[in-house]
Design a protein around this ligand. Structure first.
Ligand code: KG4
Ligand code: ZN
Length: 358
């Protein structure tokens, strides 16, 4: 181990359609500095198919991973010899892509005798708010990405309780599918948001599924079907029709998300009556300004603090993976090189738990 007061960590991310690598300095729990954070997105490669093609994603990761990692080292002005730990997303995600990052990280680890840490990609997302800002445990996370929509109670590192999740599509996926339906380019989320700005949100009264349910789950497939039916009814669509559908859909989404967030904050306050609720929004959909605005309103109403990390930390990146590895390394955690990639890896699974007695 080095004599430095910090650990330098390489983080690698290949779980979906971003090939990413970052190098951070990790000083202590919740304290780190990003030295390099390189992300190569594959959006263009998948756009003609209207969604991420797993096999293409894996091949593209293979082609680019080495260059991305090298660029991270160049930007940080460091070499492998300066690194203390190697962290990599080992799941959940597309298995082919995960295998690329995992195999690459294991190779570097074995050849350079650097401890290897397998990171749960979702853990990386929910801890990422702590890189730039002080966020104390416990806190509440709304994780909304292309693959996930869930409320997570973050009690400590490795101690996560899922308060609610989607019973069908993820929120980003719903945006992407609506975008595709309307012939917009990929990824659908940012395009739908852009189109919505010019539309009349009151023209279509789309359903708000599950709003009367007491739990914290989401469901977006009924809403998606309603959008499709409305679009089919008025086809062929003119520009203004597309704007209006996007605006009405976005309003339905922000109503749903803010109502669920309201309930989640109430739940947090019941569990931790003497703790001011911090609501962190993580995942790519956190970029949506309308959603962020409606969440800010709810947080304000409930006396909670809303934290939206900078966009480059919300979407898939290597810095969040390196940071999660740094936090875990503090507890002496590393993994064997036979650690297998996991397509599914719930945050509340047993192998996430840290034995704080170590
Ligand atoms: O976290 P992320 O980069 O990748 C994973 O899925 O893990 O999230 C990507 C998702 C996509 O579905 C994309 O359409 C959505 O985030 N997204 C947005 C916006 N920007 C990205 N959805 C709505 N509004 C946006 N501005
Ligand atoms: Zn992600």
């Amino acid at each position: 181990m080095s004599e430095r007061a910090c650990k330098r960590i390489l983080g690698i991310e290949t779980s979906c359609d971003e090939t990413a690598a970052a190098i951070i300095e990790h000083y202590e729990l919740g304290k780190a500095k990003i030295l390099a954070n390189i992300v190569r997105t594959q959006t263009k490669e998948h756009s003609e198919y209207g969604g991420v093609v797993p096999e293409l994603a894996a091949r593209s990761h293979i082609i680019h991973i080495e260059q991305i990692v090298k660029r991270a080292f160049r930007q940080a002005e460091l070499g492998l010899q300066n690194i203390d730990h190697i962290g990599v997303s080992a799941g959940p995600g597309l298995i082919g892509g995960l295998l690329v990052g995992l195999t690459f990280a294991k190779g570097l680890s074995a050849a350079n005798k650097k401890p290897f840490i397998a990171i749960n990609h979702l853990e990386a997302h929910i801890l990422s708010a702590r890189i730039n800002e002080r966020v104390d445990f416990p806190y509440l996370v709304l994780l909304v990405s292309g693959g996930h929509s869930q409320f997570v109670l973050v009690k400590n590192i490795g101690s996560y309780q899922i308060l609610g999740t989607t019973i069908d599509d993820a929120l980003g996926e719903a945006f992407d599918k609506v975008g595709k339906m309307l012939g917009l380019s990929m990824p659908g989320g940012p395009m739908v948001e852009k189109m919505a700005l010019k539309g009349d949100a009151k023209r279509f009264n789309f359903p708000r599924p599950l709003l009367r349910e007491k739990n914290l789950n989401f469901s977006f497939s009924g809403l998606k079907t309603a959008v499709r039916l409305a679009a089919e009814k008025i086809a062929p669509l003119k520009r203004q029709d597309i704007y209006d559908i996007c605006a009405s859909f976005s309003l339905a989404i922000s109503d749903i998300v803010s109502q669920r967030a309201d309930r989640a904050i109430v739940k947090f306050n019941e569990i931790f009556p003497s703790v001011k609720c911090q609501l962190v929004v993580a995942g790519g959909v956190a970029a949506n300004k309308q959603i962020a605005k409606s969440l800010a309103k709810i947080a304000d109403f409930r006396g909670a603090k809303l934290i939206v990390p900078p966009m480059e930390l919300c979407t898939d990146n290597g810095a969040m993976v390196a940071f999660a590895a740094g936090e875990r390394a503090i507890f002496g955690i590393s993994n064997n090189l036979d650690f297998a990639a996991k397509a599914r890896w719930p945050l509340d699974s047993e192998d996430m738990v840290i034995n704080y007695g170590i």
